[in-house]
Design a protein around this ligand. Structure first.
Ligand SMILES: NC(=O)c1ccc[n+]([C@@H]2O[C@H](COP(=O)([O-])OP(=O)(O)OC[C@H]3O[C@@H](n4cnc5c(N)ncnc54)[C@H](O)[C@@H]3O)[C@@H](O)[C@H]2O)c1
Length: 215
């Protein structure tokens, strides 16, 4: 795929997979709208990217805030004129038994990992269709395929991302829409998701049990 002349949107671009994707897309010549709830992480991504504002623009964004995501889509169109690639990547983790997971933590995680993906998909889909060459990438997890203990909230979101994305993929194919739809199921990647550093977003949300892994 030729990335020069194309515009990509990446959520959760202030760390981990989102940062790596942003840097790779920019290095291949794509314009990137990089967003994250963590402005400092985002700044670091832009710094590492080394390109100017014509190629990368940073947006502080909470993907669980639907109105903000809808406004973000308008801002990206205003900045770059169109969108070809959207990567709904932002995510968080809660590692705890279902019994121990509070409703508050469930709402928080589902709001980001499931509704955040849905918000991003719905907000950008009309623009991807309009581009005539759209590509949607929703990040699920291996825990969107298998459901181990201590991952109830996370698996609920990631299975949901899979179902939502696979339905949309069928619809785009059936209706002949010019949007390829991808659901990605990464295995373990050493990033910040399971670190106490997540306290910057929400102090008690990440509960790591000895021997439990995130995925
Ligand atoms: N690392 C892994 O092993 C792994 C495996 C499978 C799937 N994943 C998925 O990959 C995606 C990226 O995770 P990562 O490993 O790079 O983690 P990470 O913690 O390094 O990066 C996640 C980013 O999302 C941002 N974020 C959190 N809440 C947000 C919100 N409400 N709005 C916008 N941004 C928000 C964080 O600030 C952070 O920059 C997540 O969806 C995660 O579930 C990761």
């Amino acid at each position: 795929m030729e990335y020069r002349g194309r515009t990509a949107v990446v959520t959760g671009a202030g760390s981990g997979l989102g940062r790596a994707l942003t840097l790779e897309l920019a290095s291949r010549g794509a314009r990137v709208a990089a967003s994250d709830i963590d402005g400092a992480g985002l700044d670091e991504t832009v710094r590492r990217c080394g390109h100017g504002p014509n190629q990368i623009k940073a947006f502080v964004l909470d993907v669980s805030d639907r109105q903000a995501v809808l406004s973000h889509a308008q801002d990206v169109i205003a900045a770059f004129g169109g969108v070809n690639i959207v990567v709904n990547n932002a995510g968080v983790a809660v590692v705890a038994t279902v019994e121990e997971t509070s409703f508050e933590d469930l709402d928080w995680l589902l709001g980001i990992n499931l509704m955040g993906v849905i918000n991003g998909t719905k907000a950008f889909l009309p623009h991807l269709v309009r581009s005539g060459d759209g590509h949607l990438v929703n990040i699920s997890s291996v825990f969107g395929l298998v459901a181990p203990a201590y991952q109830g909230a996370y698996c609920t979101a990631k299975f949901g991302v899979r179902g939502f994305t696979e339905c949309l993929r069928q619809e785009m194919l059936i209706q002949g829409r010019p949007v390829s739809v991808h659901c990605v199921h990464p295995g373990g990647v050493r990033t910040n998701i399971a670190r106490p550093a997540m306290a910057a977003t929400r102090p008690v949300s990440v509960r790591i049990r000895p021997g439990a892994s995130t995925g």
